[in-house]
Ligand binder design. Structure first.
Ligand code: HDE
Length: 753
């Protein structure tokens, strides 16, 4: 009974959430294999909790359940009806005069169905159209009332429900996940004092300093308007034309061209509030603050060749990764850290904290960890939740306030405004996913799709006919207080313009480049080379090079060489004599300088098999890897059951055709003379192994599989590359710890120049 199949990333308890305890049709993914009676499925019920956090698997409830419950629909045991609740007798045929005669206009059933269908689509988000979301909670480590009276930080252990949407920026709703782009990281906190949205990105800075330039930036990066190309890509003339004329973009360009622009997973990216915000405490005292999310799994990226190939093999790569991890109980988690600083400190910095193209090095203002966020439940319905969720920077609560960042000011306007078109009117706050858990009372009335049935004759304030209700909460410092803006003193002329320090554009671009390891710098150079090679107008390439010269001569020279160009003169600087930067190398800016110790939890391991695969060694490895919380996939020349040694069977849940090696983090090559021979005869095998090697992944060859490494020209057990391991099949359990360590290193960089 040692036959086994790999864990399928599926939540077997999901059906019970919809009241389907006795469902007779198994949900997709749970389909039994022909040999299922003989196979002991080590299914993901093993993952019904998160080993690290001790959380139970979500069973149809989380903190937002009560507000969403009223909108949930369960169709089990129900007949089809019209939208008016009239039962249908026939959902196949239109109403006709005779079986071959004309259809009748009176067929209200057909007309209702088609009319609804005709209007199923809504406008996609003008930016961040492509995204994926999940429910979860934020838990405060401790009270943080010294700095803020914001509800989520009011006491130790306090839990606040959240809904989080991750996104790409430039691509349309159906575009690929692995485009080179910033990623949105938008968190809606359903706090006791109303909804607070922290609408951030995975990069701590932005392209522009002033909201006035946002439509220009977006028009430049989106597909060019005459022919609608390219989709989800910045590698084209209009984008580089714009940014080469906007040197304030240079710092953000360094981040986007780095591997941060192609994350391995939404679960493995940082998040940043970007702007400087204010925190305000009960006493009305205020400090400045920057928000940082740090993933427990470490921050990891793809490499470009891999990102390109994934976009063909699985355009939903990040969406699937998030969904499957949560379904199988491997709940992603982030730590929230705050950089707190006073206005006086800010004034002394070499840069302006109101300038969103600048970050505050952690060496200058360290992070204070304040809590953790866990995502533990997938949405029930993509459209109702992920698509209709409306994030808005104007959604703040007592204890949080804005700074005067002019980019933030534009956002405070934009996010509510855009929902009016996208969600069809001013009542989008009533859509279940958007409605606060805190109760809502005001005199706003009517409008398209109004849900609330406001009672009584009073819809104005002040009133006496309604007993003065709803009334102003006032600005007192009690728990019943209302929101009041921080009374910042401002006295100046009304002008259009920028403060002086905003004119310095290169110091932090240089800080970023100089903080990267050699491999990371090589990737940045390659990304600039690739993107600029797609630019057709030579003058744009040249202008960009002249700007890069102000960041680093080495960078500019290598990009120029890659384009077959000579270096132009450096672009003149707007700020000739800027203040010296406080920090010139910042460790946290590099991903590979300190990859962290995130283990291999939820990493996807491919085990290449064929008939005659060595059964015992694969059982041993499977057990060691799943104990370390990795997800093991058996990959064959086709899916289905294979005969292994000792008369045992192994089911492949993936094939080399449907899942090339770019979809996995590491690779095991089975022992078994006949199996290895069959694999070596298959042209897909070499592509599979060579890509895994080229992308820096860990490869373990068991016994006879050395032949496959030899064919691919790969040497095992080299001193400078701990990522190719070879061992006798009897030593599979013995090599497992070294294999696991090597996978945890994420990639083996010496290979990847
Ligand atoms: Fe956005 N942005 N943005 N943005 N943004 C939108 O709002 C806008 C900016 C960000 O998952 C839109 O509901 C302006 C910075 C995320 O639903 C829109 C400016 C940052 C999301 C909008 C910025 C962001 C959006 C489009 C410059 C990082 C997706 C649909 C003044 C801190 C939220 C929508 C989701 C979405 C406007 C700049 C992050 C049009 C005018 C900087 C994560 O309102």
């Amino acid at each position: 009974a040692e036959d086994f199949v790999a864990a399928t990333p599926y939540n077997n308890t999901k059906a019970t959430e919809y009241g389907l305890e006795n469902a007779s049709t198994p949900p997709a993914g749970a389909t039994a294999t022909p040999d299922s009676a003989a196979l002991t499925a080590s299914s993901s019920t093993e993952h019904s909790g998160n080993a690290k956090t001790g959380d139970a698997a979500p069973l149809g409830s989380n903190a937002t359940t009560s507000s969403l419950e009223r909108a949930r629909v369960d169709d089990s045991d129900q007949p089809l009806t019209t939208n008016q609740g009239v039962r249908l007798s026939d959902n196949q045929n239109t109403l006709k005069v005779g079986l071959r005669g004309p259809s009748l206009l009176e067929d209200f059933i057909l007309r209702e169905k088609i009319t609804h269908f005709d209007h199923e689509r809504i406008p996609e988000r003008v930016v961040h159209a492509r995204g994926s979301a999940a429910h979860g909670y934020f838990e405060a480590y401790d009270e943080f009332t010294k700095y803020t009276c914001a509800a989520p930080f009011s006491e130790k252990g306090k839990v606040t429900p959240v809904f989080v949407r991750f996104s790409t920026v430039a691509g349309e709703r159906g575009s690929k996940d692995t485009a080179r782009d910033a990623r949105g990281f938008a968190v809606k906190f359903y706090t006791d004092e109303g909804n607070w949205d922290l609408v951030g990105n995975n990069i701590p800075v932005f392209f522009i300093q002033d909201a006035m330039k946002f439509p220009d930036l977006v028009h430049a990066v989106k597909p060019e308007p005459h022919h609608g190309m390219p989709q989800a890509a910045s590698a084209h003339d209009t984008f580089w034309d714009f940014v080469s004329l906007m040197p304030e973009s240079t710092h953000m360009l360094m981040w986007i061209m780095s591997d941060r622009g192609i994350p391995r997973s939404y679960r493995m990216m940082q998040g940043f509030g970007v702007h400087t915000f204010r925190l305000v405490n009960e006493q009305g005292e205020s400090v400045f603050c920057k928000f940082h999310w740090k993933p427990l799994l470490g921050t990891h990226s793809l490499v470009w060749d891999e990102a390109v190939k994934i976009s063909g093999a699985d355009p939903d790569f990040h969406r699937r990764d998030l969904w499957e991890a949560i379904e199988s109980g491997q709940f992603p988690e982030w730590e929230l850290g705050l950089q707190i600083f006073s206005e006086q400190q800010a004034d002394s910095f070499s840069f302006d904290v109101l300038d969103a193209t600048k970050l505050i090095p952690e060496e200058l203002v360290p992070l204070i960890p304040v809590g953790r966020m866990v995502l533990n439940r997938n949405p029930d319905n993509f459209f109702a939740e992920t698509e209709q969720v409306a994030f808005c920077t104007a959604h703040i609560i007592p204890g949080i306030d804005f700074s005067n960042d002019p980019l933030l000011a534009g956002r405070i306007h934009s996010y509510v405004d855009t929902q009016i078109t996208r969600l069809g009117g001013p009542n989008f706050h009533e859509i279940p996913i958007n409605s606060p858990l805190a109760s809502l009372h005001n005199n706003q009335r009517d409008g398209l799709h109004r849900q609330a049935i406001n009672r009584g004759r009073v819809a104005y304030e002040p009133n006496s006919l309604g007993g003065g209700c709803p009334f102003q909460a006032g600005a007192s410092n009690t728990a019943a207080r209302g929101f009041s803006s921080f009374p910042e003193t401002v006295s100046a002329d009304k002008v259009r313009g920028k403060p002086e320090k905003f004119a310095e554009h290169y110091a932090q671009a240089r800080l970023f480049f100089n903080s990267q390891t050699e491999v990371e710098q090589t990737h940045i150079i390659a990304a600039f080379r690739f993107e600029l090679s797609k630019v057709e107008v030579a003058a744009i390439r040249e202008r960009m090079l002249s700007s890069l010269l102000n960041v680093s001569e080495e960078l500019a020279a290598k990009v120029a060489a890659g384009l077959g160009m000579t270096l132009p003169k450096a672009m003149p600087k707007a700020f000739a004599d800027p203040p010296e930067p406080e920090v010139i190398v910042s460790l946290p800016l590099s991903l590979t300088a300190h990859p962290g110790d995130a283990g291999i939890s939820s990493r996807q391991i491919a085990v290449l098999i064929e008939d005659d695969a060595d059964h015992a060694s694969l059982v041993a490895l499977h057990s060691a890897l799943t104990k370390a919380d990795a997800v093991v996939h058996f990959v064959g020349p086709r899916v289905g059951v294979f005969s292994a040694t000792n008369g045992k069977k192994i089911a492949a849940n993936k094939s080399m055709e449907n899942s090339p090696s770019v979809l996995f983090d590491a690779l095991v090559l089975t022992d078994g003379r006949k199996a290895v021979q069959a694999l070596s005869d298959n042209p897909d095998t070499m592509a599979f192994i060579k890509d895994a090697f080229r992308h820096g992944k860990t490869i373990l060859a068991l016994g006879a599989a050395k032949q496959l490494l030899d064919m691919a020209g790969i040497k095992a057990n080299k001193d400078d590359d701990k990522g190719v391991l070879l061992t006798d099949c009897t030593n599979a359990a013995g090599i497992a710890p070294a294999f696991i360590n090597a996978i945890a290193a994420h990639r083996h960089l010496p290979r990847m120049g």
